[in-house]
Design a protein around this ligand. Structure first.
Ligand SMILES: N[C@@H]1[C@@H](O)[C@H](O)[C@@H](COP(=O)(O)O)O[C@@H]1O
Length: 249
């Protein structure tokens, strides 16, 4: 794979490729290059993430001439109790930041309003099984969570209902009027499902992510830092800015 982006600096190649970029915009452009390459190679199904991290990447996609009308997206997670029309739901977020501008053949997200959450979890596993993910986009929580797989989540779980930790509720409250408004549960793709993706790109910007990034890359593989499991996947590309990389040796 050839990266033409001049701003990036290749800082580590073990199994994980770690690429430091000048800033979020450069990282998003690099993400678009990789995505374009994967589509040219036949990728059809994309695992997508919410949060502030991929927003510029989605802008880049919107401004590109890539066509997704024959492509499928499968999102990582959704808050329990929020309808897709709720402005805080991840379904709404994805519509606003990508899907309204770039129509896909189909967009899957868990249904946070499902009456029977056990059935919803099973149905989402079936969707993932029948639509193998070619490229998964990930952000990372300050405590090292991916999707909504909080510290302590076993690595072998598939889609599940999660009790959000205090730290995640606090971190994500910036999107809500106050902390009390943040749902306490979410439906999340599990770590086992995430690891089945052919290629993964994890992006992180800013100092708040530096500790999690250090643990993920240089620490031991441990369920206390869910993203560390990515060390065991053979095709992970980590794109980070200076601040997120600042604690790396
Ligand atoms: N479930 C999402 C994660 O997928 C995301 O990676 C994380 C970080 O969010 P941000 O990108 O806003 O820092 O937030 C949420 O918890």
């Amino acid at each position: 794979m050839v990266y033409t982006n001049k701003q990036c600096q290749f800082i580590k190649e073990t199994i994980m490729k770690v690429i430091k970029v000048a800033n979020q915009l450069e990282g998003a452009k690099l993400g678009l290059e990789i995505l374009t390459e994967k589509i040219a190679a036949g990728a059809k199904t994309f695992g997508l993430a919410t949060g502030s991290t991929p927003v510029e990447f989605y802008n880049q996609i919107i401004n590109s001439d890539l066509d997704f009308t024959d492509k499928t997206s499968i999102n990582l997670d959704e808050y329990v109790g929020l309808d897709g029309s709720d402005e805080q739901s991840y379904r709404y977020f994805m519509s606003q930041h990508l899907f309204n501008e770039k129509p896909f053949k189909e967009n899957f997200l868990p249904n946070g309003k499902a009456k029977d959450l056990d059935a919803e979890v099973k149905a989402y596993d079936d969707i993932i099984a029948t639509h193998p993910i070619d490229l998964q986009i990930l952000g990372i929580g300050q405590n090292g969570h991916i999707g909504f797989n909080e510290p302590g989540t076993p690595f072998d779980v598939t889609t599940h209902v999660v009790d959000l930790t205090e730290s995640t509720i606090k971190a994500n409250s910036r999107y809500f009027e106050n902390e009390d408004e943040v749902p306490r549960q979410a439906v999340s793709m599990g770590i086992a499902s995430i690891l089945k993706s052919k290629t993964l790109i994890l992006m992180a910007w800013g100092e708040a992510k530096a500790e999690a990034i250090k643990g993920m890359i240089e620490g031991e593989v441990t369920e206390s830092l869910p993203a560390s499991v990515l060390q065991q996947h053979d095709d992970v590309i980590v794109i980070i800015d200076e601040a997120a990389a600042s604690l790396l040796n």
